[in-house]
Write a protein that binds this ligand. Structure first.
Ligand code: ATP
Ligand code: LTN
Length: 333
């Protein structure tokens, strides 16, 4: 607890261009939760280097991501928005937690298996211990809740296991965190293949709407989205393409699937796809304008980066000192 508020932690990697899936599945929920909790939102650049990165590109993308957090509606005066690499406690706690995590546990992680298969030429130790750094991120701030998409559940379970193991040995040191999975938009699918998750690493750019796509590109991608030949306007698992478009429309407008089916039941898919395009544009257009404005204000962003890194350092040190003492490291005095 900080000031009588429960603590929330989440983060995103600055790898690739963010998609509408990242926004509707994660960022949008972060904004909704930000009033209720004391929030830490990190740009997890230390996780990014588990895959080889171009240094200049990583720096540029990390800054854009941090700006996007603010543009999406997270007030940096109230929410701690910072770079993971600016707070040394993440790496220090990760080292300690590495000594409380079993090889067998890490071997079971499906994200490790996927990424190792994708990057067979660089299966480094950091990729293997990635989930331990993620556990350190969360436990360092004694987070109660961690909003993520469904794909991160396995890492969150491991975080809870590590925390419980540590507490079992040393007493109540860590808060045991819970995952928060949003109801709408928890899994936005590809516009070209509704069986696949919309993903920033997809090779087909038409499957994803990128947050920085211009209005015409968004309209075109929606118009070309794969649907079916049934021609009936229903919200059904048998029509996954239409189902996904209805999910996107609902997440953008706040309407329920029932209301959408009622509204469009007499119309063709073409007309609905146009409405989806307009709904997405009306969400992303103001976001893009705020990004452009914030990007101009270099001094403001630099100030946010510095003051929030200090705030994160302050809270992280509280936990780190406690942990160091518990495991037997000597103090200065
Ligand atoms: P990659 O394609 O590089 O694996 P990604 O697009 O899956 O990346 P991440 O950086 O792993 O994105 O995820 C950032 C956050 O966005 C996570 O909380 C994740 O669960 C969420 N997320 C990613 N894709 C979607 C999606 N299609 N629908 C809903 N949420 C998503
Ligand atoms: N592994 C996550 C990103 C991430 C994260 C975290 C999410 C790193 N540390 C802590 C929540 C809490 C991902 O790939 N999306």
């Amino acid at each position: 607890m900080i000031d009588n508020k429960k603590v929330l932690f989440s983060g995103m990697q600055a790898t690739g261009n963010l998609t509408l899936g990242n926004y509707l599945g994660a960022l949008k929920n972060w904004v909704t939760l930000s009033d209720e909790y004391e929030c830490f939102y990190s740009v997890v650049d230390m996780h990014s280097i588990t895959i080889r990165q171009d240094p200049a590109a990583l720096r540029r993308r990390a800054r854009s991501l941090l700006i996007l957090y603010i543009a999406a509606g997270l007030d940096p005066e109230k929410n701690c928005i910072y770079y993971q690499s600016h707070v040394s406690g993440h790496a220090e706690l990760a080292w300690i937690l590495n000594c409380f995590t079993y090889m067998g546990e890490l071997n079971r992680m499906t994200q490790f298996k996927d990424k190792a298969a994708k990057h067979a030429d660089n299966i480094n130790a950091g990729l293997f211990t990635y989930p331990v750094l993620m556990a350190a991120d969360i436990l360092l701030y004694q987070a109660d809740v961690v909003p993520v998409g469904i794909d991160q559940m396995q890492h969150l379970e491991l975080t809870r296991d590590i925390a419980q193991r540590f507490n079992g040995i040393y007493g109540d040191v860590f808060t045991i965190p819970e995952a928060y999975i949003g109801k709408v938009g928890a899994k936005i699918m590809s516009l070209q293949d509704p069986a696949k998750k919309m993903s920033k690493s997809d090779e087909n750019p038409n499957g994803s709407i990128y947050l920085m796509d211009d209005a015409d590109t968004i309209r075109r991608k929606c118009k070309r989205a794969v649907t079916d030949s049934l021609g009936e306007f229903r919200y059904s698992d048998e029509q996954p393409g239409l189902h996904n478009l209805i999910d996107i429309y609902c997440a953008c407008t706040g309407l329920t699937p029932d209301a959408v089916v009622k509204e469009f039941s007499g119309s063709g898919y073409g007309q609905f796809k146009e409405a989806v395009g307009e709904a997405v544009v009306s969400v992303l257009d103001p976001l893009q304008k705020r990004v452009a404005e914030l990007e101009k204000d270099k001094a403001y962003i630099d100030r946010v980066i510095k003051s929030n890194a200090e705030k994160a350092t302050y809270y992280s040190q509280k936990t780190l000192r406690k942990v160091q003492k518990k495991v037997g490291f000597p103090s200065f005095s």
